[in-house]
Design a protein around this ligand. Structure first.
Ligand code: CP3
Length: 354
């Protein structure tokens, strides 16, 4: 038996929340809703507190992390907070030379393409991120019965940034390494699985009630490549929290063909992007998982009438799921009108009230 951690008490306080109940495939009073990237540039109060503070620096300051994480909960009345951080924070914490460039994304100084480059990486320990433990503790004290969602990047998506050196359209260096030097690829991903899993665990031990593993770019892979080169590493990352009773969400963009595989690596909830309907996703998943999704974030720019129709349709499709957490199919776009997000939260709650 493992030792008791602060997160155990927090998870007792959030066990009755609709997000946690839906993730566990239990009945809920209404469909819970939160938005990927709900904290961020769509909010004027976010832009104000971020003025003059770099993205990576802001992720390491508990005062800012707490404020920014709570902003969308206060404003929109969403059913969960998502921890304000980034998938590359644990990589920076072990000393990888990288930056998050506004409007671009993570940029890595020395891309990992050879075995010698692997020396940039090592295991992540809780001592590398004491600020994360502190931020989660501050947040859960404020959030009470509202769950905090912790997260990490999955090994493949982290590897893509490290191997390409930044965001990539075609992931050609990543795929060249995966197929050209499978031994190096597996060693890289095994190291990233440790880092990803340890980052999830730090958050869950400190009080995250749910965790989400973002394999954002896995949709560029065939089922065969996912199975041979990615699956075992995502399994290892998610296994790092399997003893903590924390539901695990697994999400990627354009992963319609991979949904069942992504559930099988150890998720309770599978995230669905907007390219596949929830009804089709449920069929592909064989009724074994709760689902999260899947409003197209671009539809938030459409007039209210078609948007309302789509939101109601997604809520209705979700009724057939063992559990449904309403979300977007990917993150909130920076120019989104925040009042529309608030209206969508109200609509989801009203349309789904049992
Ligand atoms: O509200 C939330 O969802 C919580 C915070 C969060 C951020 N990044 C903050 C952030 C989360 C969950 C992430 C995860 C993340 N980061 C992913 C997976 C999710 C996804 O979008 O698929 C990925 C691929 C990254 C890498 C990354 N970091 C990208 C692609 C970008 C955007 C670059 C840009 O400016 O367009 C970032 C930067 C980033 N991460 C911002 C935020 C709020 C914008 C930085 C800013 O405000 O200056």
């Amino acid at each position: 038996a493992r030792t008791t951690v602060p997160g155990d008490a927090v998870r007792r306080a959030t066990a009755a929340s609709p997000v946690v109940r839906a993730a566990r495939r239990q009945d809920v009073p209404h469909t819970p809703v939160w938005f990927m990237r709900q904290a961020g540039r769509s909010l004027p109060e976010y832009r104000r507190v971020r003025e003059g503070v770099g993205m990576l620096e802001s992720c390491r300051r508990p005062d800012l992390v707490t404020e920014i994480t709570l902003q969308p909960v206060r404003r929109h009345g969403v059913d969960a907070a998502i921890f304000f951080s980034d998938i590359v924070v644990p990589l920076a914490a072990i000393g990888v030379d990288l930056d998050i460039v506004a409007g671009v994304g993570p940029v890595v100084a020395r891309p990992i393409r050879s075995r010698a480059d692997l020396a940039q990486l090592r295991d992540l320990t809780p001592d590398d991120v004491p600020d994360i433990t502190e931020s989660v503790g501050l947040l859960t004290a404020e959030l009470g019965a509202t769950p905090l969602i912790g997260f990490a990047g999955a090994p493949f998506t982290l590897a893509s940034y490290l191997v390409e050196g930044g965001p990539s359209r075609n992931h050609e260096h990543t795929k060249a390494l995966m197929h050209g030097d499978p031994a190096l690829w597996h060693d890289l991903c095994a190291q990233l699985a440790q880092i990803s899993g340890a980052f999830l665990r730090v958050q869950a031990e400190a009080g995250a009630s749910v965790v989400q593993l973002f394999d954002s770019w896995a949709g560029v892979l065939s089922r065969a490549d996912y199975t041979a080169s990615v699956r075992s590493h995502s399994t290892a990352a998610l296994a790092a929290v399997s003893d903590l009773d924390v539901p695990r969400i697994h999400f990627g963009v354009g992963t319609g063909e991979l949904l069942a595989l992504m559930g099988e690596v150890g998720a309770e909830v599978v995230g669905v992007d907007y390219r596949v309907s929830l009804t089709d996703a449920l069929e592909r998943l064989g009724g074994r998982y709760a689902v999260q999704g899947n409003l197209d974030p671009a539809l938030l720019f459409a007039p209210w009438e078609p948007l309302e129709r789509r939101v109601r349709a997604i809520v209705d499709e979700g009724r057939a799921a063992p559990g449904h957490i309403f979300n977007l199919g990917h993150g909130v776009l920076p120019d989104t009108d925040p009042d529309v997000l608030t209206r969508v939260v109200e609509l989801v709650h009203e349309a789904s009230a049992r």
